[in-house]
Design a protein around this ligand. Structure first.
Ligand code: HEM
Length: 151
């Protein structure tokens, strides 16, 4: 059980954090060559697919993370600091994602549907700022979560 939870946990982290890395550091610079209408339609489609995966990874991270907390570590009382740091930063990442998902994301979609590309670009900028924050937090969380047992 614990092994399955840990495998699912790490796969979810890889998908979420790796996806953000690819979006920001690979696809974003390369998509700059496209004219705004095409570029914003591309991001509309890219983020639509990616955010569904992120929702799934959040469910898996929470279920597998708390399954390990109870099954392996015997509940919250005996948790070592690195697990609390991972849990704390993880929850901040999730709140930041939900803000993005329910505020700028629907506005980006509506603006693209109306072909209002300057407005869509503004919303995409907000999404980019939040995803940048989450990428930094995600990399820190992976470093803490994977090395913490050796501290
Ligand atoms: C939000 C609540 C979370 C809880 C309750 C939680 C809990 C745990 C627990 C109990 C472990 C096992 C630690 C060990 O065996 O030493 C673990 C491992 C790990 N977690 Fe989390 N976690 C959470 C979120 C996250 C997030 C958001 C990420 C990354 C984005 C993450 C990345 C990792 C990594 C990389 C490992 C180490 C796997 C390994 O190398 O053994 N966790 N987590």
């Amino acid at each position: 059980m614990a092994v399955i939870a840990l495998i699912l946990h790490i796969l979810a982290a890889v998908i979420w954090v790796g996806g953000m890395f690819f979006a920001l550091l690979v696809l974003r610079p390369a998509s700059g060559m496209l004219e705004p209408p095409l570029r914003l339609q591309l991001w509309d489609g890219v983020l639509d697919r990616f955010f569904r995966w992120v929702l799934g990874t959040i469910v898996v991270l929470l279920l597998s993370g708390y399954a390990m907390v109870f099954a392996v570590f015997g509940g919250f009382a005996g948790l070592r600091p690195y697990i609390n740091i991972m849990q704390g930063i993880g929850i901040i990442m999730m709140l930041a994602f939900f803000h993005l998902y329910f505020a700028p994301w629907p506005r980006l979609r509506a603006a693209v549907a109306r072909q209002n590309y300057p407005e869509a670009a503004r919303q995409l900028n907000q999404i980019r700022a939040i995803v940048t924050l989450n990428l930094v937090l995600g990399l820190v969380t992976v470093a803490v979560g994977s090395s913490g047992r050796y501290w």
